[in-house]
Ligand binder design. Structure first.
Ligand code: COA
Length: 332
């Protein structure tokens, strides 16, 4: 049976750094509050006019260069984002055009913080069955244009940052390497616990009106504690599922890379699973929560830091809006 292997990882964040102190000039918050509750010290914000597909371009080109492939070998793009360039068409189409890859398949995945792992699962199936040979999988987000940068939106505004991560996935005949399994879940009962309500196709006569704008119903809303309690329950569950399907134990994992939601969520999950700090990778401190981009940005940094080496058993897991949660086990 064929396996899907990560040929390379690229990542990109915009130049502009926004510290917690910078945020405290826009809203009632403080560096101490944000660091203590989230572990975040800064995030990056894109300049005006820059969309998710723009951040995806340098991340993708870095992945292509590191893979040592000709960009024309890519036969499919899967792009995960909750901050699309426009309502339609999909952001993967904008990226495809910017990369000069007209004609190949371009799929958008809308599974928020689990978007990268949902996308990995789809790409893995396509690569293993031979439908596509070389998939560019991207997570890209521009949150900064969509958050409420006032005290009303401070719970969300302090968490999210802009960025993109990209990987090149190809097939291998070595059954012992690459993606060993992926596991996906969702519970739409909690769709309104972390969401943007408007614009929405259910609203007549327009999808959004002046009053909705004044009420801030176009900004993300989150029941923070509710998200937190579900995250620290569901992530260990989906990790146990991945380990058990592969006949593995927590002690077999060389590196655990969770979606970078909040450092306290990562620490709680790592504690339950018995992963010591040396086996857990985080970079939320410098990027914040970049949603679909957080896992590939972490993989890139982990490789650069020498924390992820060939042959390592890599565990990936996520939890986010939907609610959705997911995991993947990869032999690097
Ligand atoms: C958002 C989160 C950090 C808030 O921490 P918390 O300890 O649960 O705080 P609460 O939501 O109970 O809010 C406590 C107080 O802090 C305030 N607060 C919220 N954000 C704040 C900020 N950035 N700065 C200062 N105060 C803030 C709240 O308004 C609230 O004030 P009140 O008691 O006067 O009403 C936390 O709930 C969390 O991390 N949840 C998970 C969120 C997440 O990871 N989302 C992404 C999932 S992919």
């Amino acid at each position: 049976m064929k396996r899907t292997v990560f040929r390379s990882v690229g990542g990109y964040v915009p130049d502009k750094v926004v510290t917690n102190d910078d945020l405290s000039k826009l809203m009632e918050t403080s560096n101490d509050w944000i660091v203590e509750r989230t572990g975040i010290r800064q995030r990056h914000w894109a300049e005006n006019g820059v969309g998710s597909s723009d951040l995806a371009v340098p991340a993708s080109l870095e992945a292509v260069e590191k893979a040592g492939i000709d960009i024309g070998e890519i036969d499919c793009i899967v792009l995960a984002t909750l901050s699309p360039d426009h309502t339609f068409p999909g952001t993967a189409c904008f990226l495809q055009h910017k990369l000069g890859l007209g004609g190949i398949a371009a799929l958008d995945v809308r599974n928020q913080c689990s978007g990268f792992l949902y996308g990995l699962s789809v790409a893995d199936a396509w690569v293993r069955c031979g439908q596509y040979k070389c998939v560019l999988l991207v997570g890209a987000e521009v949150h900064s244009t969509g958050i409420d940068k006032t005290t009303r939106g401070r719970d969300i505004a302090c968490l999210f940052g802009d960025g993109a991560g990209a990987v090149i996935l190809t097939a291998s005949d070595d059954e012992k390497t690459g993606v060993l399994s992926t596991h996906l879940h969702a519970d739409g009962k909690y769709a309104r616990s972390l969401w943007i309500e408007a614009p929405g196709s259910c609203f007549h006569p327009l999808r959004i009106d002046k009053q909705m704008l004044e009420e801030g119903r176009h900004f993300p809303k989150m029941k923070g504690r509710h998200v937190f309690t579900h995250a620290i329950k569901r992530m260990p569950e989906v990790i146990e599922e991945a380990l058990s399907v592969n006949g593995l134990r927590p002690s077999d994992v060389d590196l655990f890379i969770p979606h970078q939601a909040n450092q306290r969520i990562t620490e709680a999950v790592a504690k339950v699973m018995g992963f010591e700090n040396e086996r857990v990778y985080t970079n939320i401190e410098k990027f914040g929560n970049t949603t679909a981009a957080s896992i590939p940005l972490c993989i890139k940094d982990a490789e650069i830091d020498g924390r992820l080496k060939k042959g390592d058993l890599l565990l990936l897991a996520s939890f986010g809006a939907g609610f959705t949660w997911a995991s993947a086990i990869v032999r690097w």
